[in-house]
Design a protein around this ligand. Structure first.
Ligand code: ADP
Ligand code: MG
Length: 637
């Protein structure tokens, strides 16, 4: 059992498998492989000399005896010329691309890493190259150096250097400021070791992507120069010069121009498809369905809406959730992140959702306002009622009317959710004016009042500070101020204190507690820490692998936990004055929610497991009003 659950989570497919799923990239790869194989094998193939003239057979059509693809105006064999010509074009394009990549990336890395005057000098030089239309620049370079394949190669390398230099410099500047580079510096590493050990590996994806997307373009440019007679010189064939020679005979013998044209088309399409495939592979944000931008609200399956009628809401609850099921559909796998979750929230009440990381707490909270990204998230069932109004399937404008207004959110990472380019005061003002018809000045006064309220010292001055100018605790208070801005009925707080140190955590908790008492706001508080629950929450709901495993009032659950998982979670909280108490970390890992074992999902990690735990589905046992446990041994002492 354990073996299967530990092997299955590695559901992320390997690099080749993911490339293989991209059918276009595979098709491009096959075309490219076929063309490249022919070009490489040219000396071994039984082909006539590509430059041998055979005047009696000039302009022989395709499929004529001795000339499978016909012959050109000098009677030279087209098949042989096209194979040898492709070889030349591919080689020149590839060498030019590698040269441009190496020189351009080096310039970019040095400029980005050294900064100051080095950066200034190098980038202005690059700017000068970029100031000319690059095909004109290439023409000018070849005109100066004289026509010839080697000079065309130089020209194309030079005009492509800026693309690499610009892309690489930009990323290097960003990487240089990362913490792990600072850490490497602190550990005593020199510039060269940092460059090669820390920065270069992180730059490779950028270089590879730039390379794969410009290679096709460079082969086209080589062909272009040869077409104009500036690249390959007669009698040598390359794709561009063959196209140029065939141009004047287009009406008499179209195959002479068509065949090299077709090969250029195939090569460039092949390279571009493979390049796109590599980019999707290297940049994970673009891969696995991420190519599609998530919509403004979570998709709701039609079935879910049809089933809502049979879900009565509790009359005194402000928020009633019934049988909520939110799944992620990724790579033909179904991740049941939230499965069959029901709860009620009453005005002024604080309900805690507790569970390890990955147990589905955030997805539950985000589902309430349709904030789970689609794709891959879909709400496949259940009902969410706010003041009796069904929220699942509600039109987007109505949902947006509730978001941040009647139901507000406080996120775990305040730096990630605040706009770095706007002052914190303006961000609170924006929240206010979005939902209330007030002037900017009124909103600003209100915003400063809110900042005072969440105890930001000197609020009037701090309103014009940017998020990075505040401490972590102050930023989290701005998050709370924004949540309070429109006097919401419900505040959902998703681990709001996890990123804070203990003293600030205590202050933030006290602040939330006071606000709840003053305004009768309902609070849905998500945490993995039972210590925080005991301070703040009236009732608690324990989640494991997307399901509720225990509910009850905080006092009852703390005094007498009825699920072994709850007991283990509580054992993780240190108690002041009991230093000898062992802090039992829970052994093992939560199961992957795409392959849940039958029976109790906690069975593999449970110290009270019996055979019956692994059979069928374990229901949530009712243990009295508001008290339940998903354990078949819940009634045992
Ligand atoms: P937590 O309880 O720590 O808040 P979450 O609710 O964030 O856990 O996640 C529950 C499960 O849903 C996890 O297994 C996670 O991998 C999965 N999940 C969350 N967000 C996404 C997403 N955008 N795409 C795919 N899977 C996700
Ligand atoms: Mg979370």
């Amino acid at each position: 059992m354990t073996a299967t659950t530990t092997t299955l989570p590695a559901a992320r497919p390997g690099t080749w498998a993911r490339f293989g799923r991209n059918q276009l990239a595979v098709a491009g790869g096959l075309i490219l492989a076929a063309v490249a194989l022919l070009a490489i094998a040219a000396p071994l193939l039984p082909l006539p000399d590509p430059n041998a003239t055979d005047l009696p057979n000039r302009l022989a059509p395709v499929f004529s005896a001795g000339h499978l693809l016909g012959a050109d105006h000098l009677g030279r064999d087209m098949l042989s010329r096209i194979v040898w010509g492709t070889r030349v074009s591919l080689a020149v394009g590839l060498i030019a691309a590698v040269t441009a990549a190496v020189i351009g990336s080096t310039i970019g890395i040095v400029a980005g890493f050294c900064g100051r005057w080095v950066d200034g000098v190098l980038m202005r030089a690059i700017d000068m190259l970029m100031a000319f239309p690059y095909l004109l620049l290439a023409l000018a370079i070849v005109a100066a150096l004289g026509p010839g394949l080697l000079n065309a190669l130089f020209a194309i390398s030079i005009v492509n250097i800026p693309f690499f230099a610009r892309a690489v410099r930009g990323v290097t500047v960003g990487l240089k400021r990362r913490d792990y580079v600072a850490a490497a510096r602190l550990s005593g590493q020199g510039n060269l070791t940092i460059l090669t050990g820390e920065i270069l590996p992180n730059l490779l994806p950028v270089i590879v992507i730039t390379f794969s997307t410009t290679l096709g373009w460079m082969i086209l440019e080589t062909a272009g120069l040869s077409f104009l007679g500036l690249g390959a010189q007669p009698p040598q064939a390359d794709l561009g010069s063959m196209l140029g020679e065939g141009r004047s005979l287009l009406l008499v013998a179209p195959h002479i121009a068509l065949i090299p044209g077709l090969v250029i088309l195939l090569v460039v399409i092949g390279i571009n498809l493979v390049g796109d495939g590599i980019r999707d592979l290297v940049d994970p944000r673009l891969a696995s369905g991420g190519l599609v931008r998530p919509g403004p609200a979570t998709a709701v399956a039609c079935d879910a809406i049809r089933q809502q009628a049979g879900n009565p809401a509790a009359p005194d609850a402000i928020l009633s959730v019934r049988n909520l099921r939110t799944h992620f559909l990724l790579n033909e796998e179904r991740y049941k992140a939230v499965d069959d979750v029901s709860f009620d929230l009453r005005p002024g009440e604080c309900l805690g959702i507790v569970g390890e990381s990955g147990s589905g707490k955030s997805v539950t909270a985000l589902s309430l306002l349709g904030l789970v990204p689609t794709p891959p998230g879909v709400i496949v069932g259940g009902s969410i009622r706010y003041r009796g109004q069904e929220l699942l399937g509600l039109p987007l404008p109505k949902l947006q009317e509730l978001r941040g207004n009647r139901i507000a959110f406080i996120f775990q990472d305040p730096l990630g959710t605040l706009n770095p380019l706007m002052t914190v005061g303006e961000q609170i003002v924006e929240t206010i004016t979005r939902h209330q018809g007030v002037t900017h000045a009124e909103a600003l006064t209100h915003a400063i009042g809110l900042m005072d309220r969440v105890r930001i010292p000197n609020a009037r001055d701090r309103a014009s500070a940017y998020p990075h100018e505040l401490s972590g605790g102050q930023r989290q208070r701005i998050g709370i101020a924004m949540a309070l801005a429109n006097d919401p009925d419900i505040i959902i707080a998703d681990e709001p204190t996890t990123a804070l140190d203990v003293t600030i955590q205590a202050e933030v908790l006290k602040l939330l507690q006071d606000l709840r008492r003053e305004r009768d706001t309902a609070l849905l508080f998500i945490t993995h820490d039972f210590g925080v629950v005991s301070e703040l929450c009236d009732r608690v709901m324990v989640m494991y692998a997307g399901r509720i495993v225990e509910t009850g009032t905080t006092a009852e659950v703390l005094r007498d936990p009825r699920h072994p998982y709850t007991r283990r979670l509580m054992a993780c909280v240190p108690v002041l004055g009991q230093p000898e108490r062992a802090l039992d970390a829970i052994p093992g890992l939560p199961p992957a929610v795409n392959h849940l074992p039958p029976g109790c999902h906690f069975a593999d990690r449970c110290d009270r497991v019996i055979d019956r735990c692994r059979i069928g589905s374990i229901p949530l046992e009712d243990l009295g009003p508001g008290r339940s446990s998903r354990c078949i041994r819940a009634f045992e002492p």
